[in-house]
Each structure stands twice: as structure tokens, then as C-alpha cells.
Write a protein that binds this ligand. Structure first.
Ligand code: FES
Length: 111
């Protein structure tokens, strides 16, 4: 597992991301969806496990789930779990904040 810096500070994060809006970032060649919700940053794979749609094009519902824009499947942004068990869960990525910035951990198989 490798920690990759994605923001210099929490202030930069908060200035660049809107609350409960999904964004795509690319880390070590992997597309990752990030969402800032209730002051917590979540990170999960950007590819919908149903049929591959880009999840950053979707939306966050009132339950804090990412809703895929293609067929409406919903995934928990903390756990990656598909809410009706119709397809595989999403891979999630740990996030940490230090004095040096905000980091995301990617596993070696995506490098
Ligand atoms: S591709 Fe995401 S729900 Fe079908």
C-alpha cells in the first residue's frame, strides 16, 4: 500500500470540492471517485461494478450513497457496498490527513 498526496491541506480540499459532490481523480493510473460529505473525505473506485459507468457523473442521495447515472444502482460511499446486493461492491481507499496534507492509499495491484 502506498500513500499518495492528493491535497496540500484540508483548506485546499474544502476550497476545491463542494459538499456531497462526486469528483474524479487519477492516482497511479487508476480513476478514483472522491466525495466530501459532512467534513469527511471518501474515496472509492470510479467504475460502477454493474456495467462500468463513471460514478463521478452520478450524485449523492440523502442517505450518503453514490447513485450511478446509468441504471441507478446505489453504493455506500464509506464501505463500497452495493445497497441491494445486485452486483459487486466497490473497492474503497483509505484517506488520512497529516501536517503534510491529505493522502489516499492505493494498493500495489493498481500500480
Ligand atoms: S452501470 Fe452503474 S448501475 Fe448500471
Amino acid at each position: 500500500m502506498e500513500w499518495i498526496k492528493i491535497f496540500e491541506s484540508k483548506e485546499e480540499l474544502q476550497s476545491k470540492l463542494r459538499e456531497s459532490a462526486p469528483y474524479r481523480i487519477d492516482v497511479k493510473g487508476q480513476a478514483i471517485c472522491i466525495v466530501l460529505r459532512q467534513n469527511v473525505l471518501h474515496a472509492f473506485e470510479n467504475k460502477c461494478s454493474h456495467n462500468g459507468e463513471a460514478l463521478h457523473k452520478g450524485s449523492i442521495n440523502y442517505l450518503g450513497e453514490i447513485v450511478c447515472p446509468w441504471h441507478g444502482y446505489r453504493f455506500n460511499i464509506k464501505t463500497g457496498r452495493e445497497c441491494a446486493e445486485r452486483c459487486q461492491d466497490l473497492e474503497t481507499f483509505p484517506v488520512k490527513e497529516t501536517e503534510e496534507g491529505l493522502f489516499i492509499a492505493v494498493t500495489s495491484h493498481v500500480l
